[in-house]
Ligand binder design. Structure first.
Ligand SMILES: NC(=O)C1=CN([C@@H]2O[C@H](COP(=O)(O)OP(=O)(O)OC[C@H]3O[C@@H](n4cnc5c(N)ncnc54)[C@H](O)[C@@H]3O)[C@@H](O)[C@H]2O)C=CC1
Ligand SMILES: O=C(CO)COP(=O)(O)O
Length: 365
């Protein structure tokens, strides 16, 4: 008589991580460890991680990762679980995957999806960790990352956003994240794959809002960095976070009028805004922009060793959307962030004008 259980007979799910930067490497390792510790019956132990090939200290980055179990370029000083295998060929990395975890900087997503088209399993589904969005060339309006993934690959796409600074997740200190999905079966699978004592998940159906918040907080984090560069202090920074959160909510409500406050108070909203405005790359670079007078592009090249700032691109996209809707004056922080990045106005102009924010005009005695 066979001693096989039904779990043995059930086909295990294969996971591929599409991306291997700072966050990509950290989440790949978390997933690798989670699968090993409690997911062996449900998931294949080997996790494929697509890694764009490049040379690091005379060695191919994929070979370096697979030899040392560390991504010395994008996540130095943190070991990656050794069941994560870096694969340089995108099609090879994703072809057998049931779950595709997207975590490339947002400017590379469309090309990555195009290359994957026709090379993935029909019943696969995606989870996007990418913070950013596009402007649709036809409508001049917002085009979400999850929509690009869904439309290009014809698969379901969940989103995961939250206060998740990669090196802290890699150091295994507590954090939480928000999953957006309306698909119960997929949310149950993602809970088994990622949720742990040190990385708690909460689930909501508001996929679009969760994704928009993840992108918008990068813009407000840059403004917090500008104010810190100007040595404005904690009171001003706190005011920027409050006014910024207000604008983030109003922006989301352009698309989801009836959304309740609950979602904005989750990790994807207030918590990510706070974490990113204390210690994110967009915050740090914006602070340095004020202190050095270098452009953000120069700072990114000098300081980030190939990592990518998402704030400046998203600020430009939001500016375009608001301009097209004739709403720039209702969103002065979102508007001015782009003008500062583009060196059209000085950061001080923004901080000097905080007292004229529309928020103060609608609440006067
Ligand atoms: N780093 C963090 O703490 C967090 C990042 N995120 C989000 O995750 C996404 C990915 O961020 P990271 O993993 O930090 O990336 P990163 O900022 O470390 O970017 C480097 C990665 O981009 C890849 N890359 C460079 N050129 C490319 C190209 N032409 N095509 C495809 N890939 C290319 C590199 O190979 C490398 O894997 C972003 O949207 C970011 O906002 C979200 C939460 C935390
Ligand atoms: O999204 C992040 C933390 O949740 C990281 O933000 P940065 O890209 O600004 O580092």
């Amino acid at each position: 008589m066979s001693s096989k259980t039904s779990a043995d007979n059930k086909k295990k799910l294969q996971v591929a991580i599409v991306g291997s930067g700072n966050w990509g490497s950290a989440i790949a390792s978390h997933i690798g460890e989670k699968v090993r510790s409690s997911g062996k019956d449900q998931f294949e132990e080997k996790i494929s991680m697509w890694c764009k090939e490049e040379d690091v200290d005379g060695e191919k980055i994929t070979e370096l990762i697979n030899r040392t179990h560390e991504n010395k370029k994008y996540l130095p000083d943190h070991k990656i679980s050794d069941n994560v295998v870096a694969i340089p060929d995108l099609k090879e990395a994703v072809k057998d995957a049931d779950i595709l975890v997207f975590v490339v900087p947002h400017q590379f997503l469309k090309k990555t999806c195009e290359e994957m088209k026709g090379n993935i399993k029909q019943n696969a589904f995606a989870l996007s960790l990418i913070k950013g969005f596009y402007v649709d060339d036809k409508t001049n309006d917002i085009l979400l990352i999850s929509e690009v993934i869904k439309n290009t690959l014809n698969i379901d796409c969940l989103t995961m956003m939250g206060a998740n600074i990669a090196k802290e997740v890699a150091a295994k200190v507590f954090c939480e994240a928000t999953i957006g999905t309306k698909n119960k079966e997929h949310s149950t699978i993602i809970k088994s794959l990622i949720d742990s004592d040190k990385f708690r998940l909460r689930f909501f159906p508001d996929v679009e809002i969760i994704e928009m918040l993840g992108a918008l907080k990068n813009i407000i984090a840059m403004i917090a960095g500008f104010s810190e560069g100007l040595e404005c202090g904690f009171n001003t920074r706190a005011a920027i976070l409050r006014l910024g959160l207000r604008e983030m909510i109003e922006f989301c409500r352009l698309y989801h009028k009836e959304s309740s406050y609950e979602i904005y108070l989750e990790s994807c909203g207030m918590a990510d805004l706070v974490a990113s405005s204390l210690g994110g790359r967009n915050y740090d670079s914006a602070k340095k922009f004020v202190q050095t007078n270098k452009s953000l592009k120069e700072i990114e090249e000098e300081d980030l060793n190939g990592q990518s700032l998402q704030g400046p691109g998203t600020a430009e996209e939001v500016y375009r959307i608001l301009k097209n809707k004739n709403l720039l004056d209702r969103f002065p922080l979102l508007r001015d962030a782009h003008l500062i990045c583009d060196q059209k106005i000085k950061p001080k102009q923004l901080t000097d004008n905080l007292g004229n924010h529309p928020e103060f005009q609608t609440n006067q005695q």
